[in-house]
Design a protein around this ligand. Structure first.
Ligand SMILES: [Zn+2]
Length: 181
């Protein structure tokens, strides 16, 4: 990430909104914003890191619920914040919880739209684990919706991807009920 360029751009924004970028409180702001962006958008740097998979013969569904998630709406560069839920029915392979969380971070710490984010997480988990079935649900509040425009605080966007046997509507509905949806 070109932090120097971000700093210059932030300074330009400060000038454009009529502020004085040299005043005490703002002098370090471009640098701080650049550092924050580097951290919050670190998903671009994530390469094909090791994704350890264990052989496992368990045949019950594995559910990871209420994983905190934040990302950035690519239309407004404002955050959307919420929770992700994953359920999969293993097909001989399972993954550690941290690997699932890291997969979510890899795709969420980028400029995103929630629908694509949900799909990218589902695609990667299908490729890594090849489960018999998979459901990924993300529910998030978009600050671009709640702070501006139609201003609907508290409204939550829910996106959903089902793969394998859970593409069957009645099966996926029973999984969603396990998420409390
Ligand atoms: Zn937006």
């Amino acid at each position: 990430m070109d932090k120097e360029r971000i700093e210059k751009a932030v300074k330009e924004i400060l000038i454009a909104i009529g502020e004085d970028p040299e005043r005490e409180g703002l002098r370090e702001t471009p640098r701080r914003v650049a550092e924050a962006m580097e951290e919050l958008l670190a998903g671009y740097e994530k390469r094909e890191e090791d994704f350890t998979v264990f052989e496992d013969k368990s045949d019950g569904v594995i559910i990871l619920r209420d994983i905190p998630i934040f990302s950035f709406c690519e239309h407004h560069l404002l955050p959307f914040i919420g929770k992700a839920h994953i359920a999969y029915l293993p097909n001989g392979k399972i993954a550690g919880i941290s690997k699932l969380v890291r997969t979510i971070e890899k795709y969420s710490r980028r400029l995103q739209v929630q629908e694509r984010l949900t799909k990218e997480i589902a695609d990667e988990l299908m490729e890594r684990l090849n489960p018999k079935g998979l459901v990924v649900v993300i529910e998030a509040e978009h600050l671009c919706m709640t702070l501006r425009g139609v201003r609907s605080p508290g409204s939550v966007v829910v996106t959903y991807q089902a793969r394998g046997i859970y593409e069957d509507e009645s099966l996926s509905r029973s999984i969603l009920s396990l998420f409390g949806k």
